[in-house]
Design a protein around this ligand. Sequence first.
Ligand code: ZN
Ligand code: ZN
Length: 197
Amino acid sequence: MSEDKSAPHVDARSPWVLDTRELGRRAGLSRPVQRDVEVTKPLGVPDVIVVPEGAKVALDLLLESVVEGVLVTGTATAPVTGHCSRCLDPISDEVEVDLTELYAYPHSTTEETTDEDEIMRLVDDRIDLEPAVRDAVVLALPLAPLCTEDCAGLCSGCGVKWADLEPGHGHETIDPRWAALVERFDDDPASGPDKQA
Ligand SMILES: [Zn+2]
Ligand SMILES: [Zn+2]
């Protein structure tokens, strides 16, 4: 086997990497995989919502040997923390994503007819779950997370959470139509303080 410098490399020591050799190459064989993998870099949008560094992603997967490669199905579950986009309260929640990912065997038809960024590859009989899990989790995170479905946010007058304010709370504001009248009145030279000198 010749060394190809551009060949993809899978780090066998990474906790995201699974060895598929004991699964066997015969289509129809399957093996459940359950493991918790610690996140070393926060996943998601910092200051909005992330799976924080040090959190564990729980993987509950089934590896199946199919004709073209190894099919991975199952779920990944992880804790998320962030801030409500309306009231800025801290949020801690959980995200669960479904995974269905085919890792193609080298020289399989799938490998030869698809791009690497469309269908993942087996490298040295190993699967690197990290990219697929990361993408699925990041996609599943809300762009504008909410503490509760119907969070009313903050009062624009005082910045206090509506949930903490008395019913009927409001601020004295001048109706814009009145404001225009008041301005006209002020502009009237007869009523202004600066008559011509
Ligand atoms: Zn909120
Ligand atoms: Zn207010």
